[in-house]
Design a protein around this ligand. Structure first.
Ligand code: ADP
Ligand code: MG
Length: 728
């Protein structure tokens, strides 16, 4: 094994940056491999084009003859680009993307063949996908799941395959993927937000939710990663002593990007351009070998697809550049973890960002309406929002020693805090003309269109308002954005729907003017949401105590956090907004709890194996060297023997005690796993993995890392942190 380590280091030192050609203008290749509006205009008949566009904009059904035309044009376009296969591309609840390729090729009479792709093949497929998680929705004998075309996300070509974004549902209609509930949530928020917009502008017909994600990741040399079974099997290091130099000098953050990584990024960006993923920024992050990439924001469904696609492409491009890309939230202990900030806002078909302050008092009142309703939605559903980002890997950030915390709070900045304070003082019921003028001039009229303090400098807030959007920062770097985006859009939809009912009631029953009614409802919302607002440092015990007083949840682990998904309130919310049925909510809970158990189980097995089969034998080997040494010293020195061999003897003892520490804790862990596995109840099982199995990881690691510092570097089998993180 140590041979592998040194072989890997040698290989990795010899790797040269892979040259990439880049003589094309990005704007020229952007979207070249996408069957987008522009391409459709060229390839589709007018009827077909209009059919697809009205499906995209208004959710209209596409009829069969149109589907036939679209599929045939799609095929012509794809064939002209050298494509041979097509696939329905979907996002099952495994967290990755799935595809099953079929050739266009079909045989016909007379030993001939043609390329065929009909409307039926475009619209619906029945992949034999019975092994994807369904949370018990499909019995295995009724295992059929269908994929169905999502025309709101354009088809694209990757390699020689035409990929058609699809939803994945059970035979009985239940969602088995991330996209289906997301589309329903986006529909719900469109309806609710459009209705509210109409208080301010009757021309609004549609509200779109937008998402701009920022993807953090690590690059590790492919050879070095391959020398670590923990990285290969779990995506993170399960042990390893921290490097003498880590991130303490902050010399990697925004520093010059190393050439190999830079070339990887350039090729990645070219691929993204071809696929119409509008990546714009790239930079080094805090930890060594950590980077970030962000696109221009897009409509949320498309942005979610693009993020999934990007993660997939990143893996492939990284491999060509001899890297392994790590999306795990905490690949290295003691280093910054990775997240995926989800920048979110709502905008109208009239071109207004509803979360950006406007130029007139009326547009600012609209802004405040959406701003305050979002805060209220988060206040009412903080626990569900926490559940939406829960996973075994994200537990290493949330609630562990890293910002953001597991407590959901909202940062809004000093200026807006003042505005809310003023609004809280608005008179109940009818407003005097003076008060109205005063409000319009000095409160609503005074929101500057540039909010100076809109950046949360300490960056510890999990949900921060940043000038013209909210930034949900607690999302995990490996997560599919579909889950948090479904929850966020659903809770906001529900909130806006309730808001409309309350405002209408005041107008109808209390005879208030529209703006008076809006002010009245917002005032009450500010009061009831105050507890979720927090501007301070969200990292540490002081905030935990404060949050507890305020009644905010602090679910530090996934099994605790996930429970909120199946509370009566959450189930009713999803049903009410027609985003998920009770069965769907419960199935997801089950799937995620299962996934949690399996994650910890796999990590436990890998850690046990490395500790016992790699670390302990190495320690014994080194201990034997020391024993030989002591024996020799004894032979040479007679009286002086004790003093010259003192350190060696201490080391021998120390090694023994660490070996004992490893063996006893691995045994404990195996027993704990055995007990956990015997539990049928999924909640109890997950809790058992969380509280009985996982804590032993730290004890085992402690002894392994100590041994790493003691034993001869020459025989240590596992590639060290400094080698993983600083080799170029
Ligand atoms: P950071 O959070 O690192 O300071 P930025 O402010 O540059 O980074 O992040 C901006 C991100 O927010 C980008 O991905 C951008 O596309 C996205 N964004 C900007 N405006 C909106 C909006 N109205 N809706 C959603 N996302 C947006
Ligand atoms: Mg950000």
């Amino acid at each position: 094994m140590s041979k592998l380590r040194f072989h890997a280091i040698k290989e990795s030192l010899a790797i040269k940056p892979v040259q990439v050609e880049e003589n094309v203008r990005r704007s020229e290749i952007f979207g070249k491999n996408v069957f987008n509006e522009n391409t459709m205009r060229q390839y589709l008949t007018k009827d077909a084009f209009n059919g697809v566009m009205s499906a995209v904009s208004h959710g209209k059904k596409i009829d069969r003859s149109i589907a036939d035309q679209v599929s045939s044009s799609m095929k012509d376009w794809a064939l002209s680009k050298g494509v041979t296969h097509y696939t329905h591309w979907f996002q099952p609840l495994t967290g990755t993307t799935a595809e099953k390729h079929d050739a266009f090729f079909e045989t016909i009479e007379g030993g001939m063949a043609i390329e065929r792709f009909g409307g039926d093949q475009l619209v619906q497929q029945e992949p034999d996908a019975s092994s994807f998680p369904s949370g018990g929705i499909r019995n295995t004998f009724e295992a059929r799941g269908y994929t169905a075309w999502d025309p709101t996300s354009p088809a694209f070509i990757y390699g020689t395959t035409l990929c058609i974004p699809t939803i994945f549902i059970a035979y009985t209609g239940e969602a088995l993927d991330y996209k289906t509930p997301l589309l329903r949530a986006l529909h719900a928020v469109d309806n609710a937000a459009t209705a509210v917009c109409r208080y301010f502008d009757k021309n609004v017909k549609k509200v779109t939710s937008s998402l701009g994600w920022e993807q953090e990741y690590f690059l590790v040399d492919k050879m070095l990663a391959a020398s670590r079974p923990d990285i290969i099997l779990t995506g993170r290091t399960l042990l390893g002593h921290s490097s003498a130099k880590g991130q303490q000098l902050d010399d990697h953050y925004f520093g010059a990007i190393p050439t190999r990584a830079f070339n990887f990024m350039r090729e990645l960006e070219t691929e993204c351009m071809l696929l119409g993923i509008p990546v714009k920024t790239r930079h080094n992050e805090v930890a060594p070998n950590q980077f970030e990439l962000a696109p221009i924001f897009e409509e949320a469904n498309l942005a979610v697809d693009h993020n999934s696609l990007l993660m997939d492409i990143m893996g492939r491009v990284a491999s060509r550049h001899n890297f392994k890309v790590l999306f795990h939230e905490k690949p290295f202990a003691g280093m910054n973890g990775s997240g995926k900030h989800n920048n979110w806002s709502l905008s109208t078909d009239t071109g207004v960002n509803l979360l950006a302050p406007g130029k007139t008092p009326m547009s600012n009142l609209q802004f405040l309406t959406f701003f305050i309703n979002t805060i209220k939605a988060v206040r009412e559903n903080e626990e569900l929002l926490r559940a939406a980002i829960a996973s075994a890997s994200n537990d290493h950030r949330l609630g562990a020693n890293e910002a953001p915390p597991a407590i959901i709070s909202v940062f809004i900045g000093e200026q807006l805090t003042k505005v809310l304070e003023e609004l809280e003082g608005v008179t109940k019921g009818k407003l005097s003309p003076q008060e109205k003028t005063e409000l319009k001039l000095n409160v609503v009229g005074k929101i500057p269109d540039v909010l100076l303090d809109n950046t949360d400098r300490n960056r510890t807030s999990p949900f921060a308002f940043t000038g013209n959007k909210f930034e949900f920062r607690a999302v995990g770097s490996i997560a599919n954005c579909g889950n948090p985006m479904t929850v966020l859009n659903t809770i906001v939809a529900k909130q806006l729907k309730d808001f409309k009912v309350e405002v209408d009631a005041l107008i109808d029953k209390k005879d208030l003017k529209k703006d008076e009614a809006v002010f009245n409802v917002l005032r009450e919302y500010i009061k009831s949401s105050r507890d979720i607002l927090f501007e301070g440092n969200g990292y540490g015990e002081a905030w935990e105590l404060e949050a507890k007083k305020r009644g905010l949840s602090n679910n530090k682990t996934t099994p605790e956090a996930l429970k909120a998904k199946i509370s009566e309130k959450s189930i009713a919310l999803f049903e009410d907004m027609q985003v998920m049925s009770k069965i769907e909510s419960e199935a997801r809970y089950e799937i995620e709890m299962e996934a949690y158990c399996m994650h910890i189980q796999i990590e436990g097995r890998v850690l046990g194996d490395i500790a016992r089969n790699h670390i302990v034998p190495t320690a014994v080997k080194y201990q034997n060297i020391l024993i030989e040494n002591v024996k020799g010293l004894k032979e040479i020195f007679e009286e002086k023997f004790r003093s010259v061999s003192k350190e060696q003897i201490n080391l021998i003892e120390e090694i023994s005690s660490h070996i004992e520490g490893i063996n006893s804790n691995v045994t404990k862990m195996i027993n704990a796993r055995r007990k956990a596995n015997a539990i049928d109840d999924i909640e109890k099982k997950a809790m058992s993995y969380c509280n009985k199995v996982k804590p032993l990881f730290d004890d085992i690691r402690y002894h392994c890392d100590k041994l790493e510092l003691l034993v001869d570097d020459d025989i240590l089998p596992l590639t060290k942190y400094r080698e993983l993180l600083f080799t170029r």
